[in-house]
Design a protein around this ligand. Structure first.
Ligand code: UD1
Ligand code: CA
Length: 474
């Protein structure tokens, strides 16, 4: 959008969170609240934006990276003061600025575009996004005159008895004409219950100077971008507009979780029990995949089509191709190829690649290992720092002994090899293609291609030993 700019206020301490972490970095569906707000602002097409940081500013800055513009608010003297800290950014610009708080993770680009359009179309000097809520406690109240025009916003702590009964509240999102905002900011005082410079006071200042100000009222549904699913309107609690406590963080998570699950279901994913399914905001899932109850799918995970995930699985930052089945297992930062079957009760640790049609069975741990196409590791094994070829059979109880107490070493197993049950492979060691290892072997030397390795004591039977000891008589 031409001549439209953004500000995100993210300097507040968030005392009510009772946390060491800056408020805006608390996660909603796997992403910090501030990142959600930035995403929505970016998608709304503003020309440029800046984030006001302050409390825990270094940590927030580190999180944002160098590319995102920031300005420091040394002392958190209120939302109006936070905007004053953006003077340098705003002064050379003409047009409209949209101001958002960093603690409104549920805002979306459509809401931002709608308020911007409403503001520009009506030629307002300021427009505030408001909402009608059941429980307005804690929010700034929108005071309208007898004609229904907005007069001012009164903070909860400054409100009179009758003002406290108002149920239309300030969402904390505003559009301003840049020049008029800068003018109004100079007139804001901190003469109020909290001794802070309130940004909402700019509305009253502009109104009193005979500028047109508007209030863009949404219903919850619109605010949450859920018109496409009429049946979910009742699940949207208004409180999630601004997250100030861990309880509200939970509520925002619940709303976002429902939104995400609904999106996937409308895109053709079967979710058996959305209540017990937790999918992070950026996860991608292909059509006809089925997610069973108790599954948590995190980070940048991408899941293909026709997969079966769960029951009770945790998958993080993993690429999963089509037709993969993952049952009651944990998979982290790995790559799972087409047709693989994992679990139940498997643990795939970072940097693993599980080949096509591989079977990883119960109580198998894979760490930083490549498992070749068609290989089976069916039960009770540990494969760490290893390369296992194609079409191998790794017997029950196989352990790659990759660590000597100081350093880690690598094991390589060739294609079509057979590793007998209860084998220890003492790394570093190489097993060639088409090799066999006898069950119970402890392999310390390389095994050549096509060889059988037996590395265990030969069996000795002592005839009549039990009777001789007097333990049992024939
Ligand atoms: C604010 C509004 C209130 C509105 C509510 C909606 C004011 C005075 N009140 O109240 O009318 O109903 O949001 O959620 O604006 N911040 C700074 N610097 C500061 C203070 C705050 O950057 O000095 C940032 C915070 O990090 C936060 C945002 O501004 O992201 C809002 O601040 P917060 O203290 O949460 O305001 P509320 O009390 O929720
Ligand atoms: Ca707030």
């Amino acid at each position: 959008m031409k001549n439209c700019y953004g500000l995100i206020l993210a300097a507040g301490e968030g005392k009510r969170m009772k946390s060491k972490q800056p408020k805006v970095l608390h996660s909603v569906c796997g992403k910090p609240m501030l990142t959600h707000v930035i995403g929505a602002l970016n998608n709304s097409g503003v020309e440029d934006y800046i984030v006001v940081i302050g409390h825990g500013g270094d940590i927030v800055k580190k999180h944002l990276g160098e590319e995102i513009k920031t300005t420091y608010q040394e002392q958190q003297l209120g939302t109006g003061h936070a905007v004053m800290c953006c003077e340098k950014f705003l002064k050379p610009k003409k047009g409209t600025v949209i101001i958002l708080a960093g603690d409104v993770p549920l805002i979306n680009s459509r809401t931002i575009s709608s308020i911007l359009e409403h503001h520009v179309k009506n030629n307002y000097s300021a427009t505030v996004l408001t909402a009608e809520v059941d429980n307005p406690a804690g929010f700034g109240r929108v005071v309208r005159n007898s004609k229904g025009d907005i007069e001012k916003i009164v903070e909860h702590k400054d409100a009179t008895g009758s003002e406290l009964n108002i149920t239309e509240v300030n969402s904390g999102t505003y559009c301003f004409d840049i020049e008029l905002l800068l003018e109004a900011l100079g007139k804001i005082s901190n003469n109020n219950a909290q001794g802070e410079y309130y940004l909402p006071d700019a509305i009253e200042i502009l109104k009193d100077a005979d500028y047109r100000v508007g209030a863009y009222k949404t219903n919850y549904c619109e605010l949450m971008e859920l018109e496409s699913s009429p049946h979910v309107s009742e699940i949207i609690p208004s409180v999630s507009m601004g997250v100030n406590s861990k309880l509200q963080l939970h509520e925002a998570n619940e709303v976002m979780k429902k939104r995400i699950n609904i999106k996937h279901m409308l895109e053709g994913v079967t979710i058996i029990d959305p209540l017990s399914t937790y999918i992070d905001a950026d996860v991608v899932i292909g059509r006809d995949s089925i997610v069973y109850p108790g599954s948590i799918i995190e980070g940048n995970t991408v899941i293909g089509e026709d997969c079966i995930i769960g029951l009770n699985s945790r998958i993080a930052n993993t690429i999963i191709e089509n037709s993969v089945e993952i049952e009651a297992s944990h998979v982290h930062n790995s790559y799972i190829k087409c047709g693989a079957h994992i679990g139940p009760f498997a643990y795939i640790r970072p940097d693993s690649v599980i080949g096509r049609d591989v079977k990883i069975g119960d109580f198998v741990e894979i760490k930083k290992a490549n498992i070749g196409d068609g290989t089976k590791v069916s039960h009770l094994s540990y494969i760490g720092d290893a390369e296992v070829g194609k079409k191998c059979n790794v017997g029950c109880g196989t352990v790659v002994v990759n660590y000597n107490g100081t350093s880690k070493f690598k094991t390589i197993i060739g294609d079509n090899s057979f590793v007998g049950c209860n084998t220890n492979l003492i790394s570093p060691v190489e097993v060639g293609d088409n090799a066999y290892i006898a069950a119970g072997s402890t392999i310390t030397e390389n095994v050549p291609t096509g060889a059988l390795a037996v590395a265990r004591m030969k069996q000795v039977n002592k005839e009549g030993w039990v009777e001789k000891k007097g333990i049992w008589k024939k």
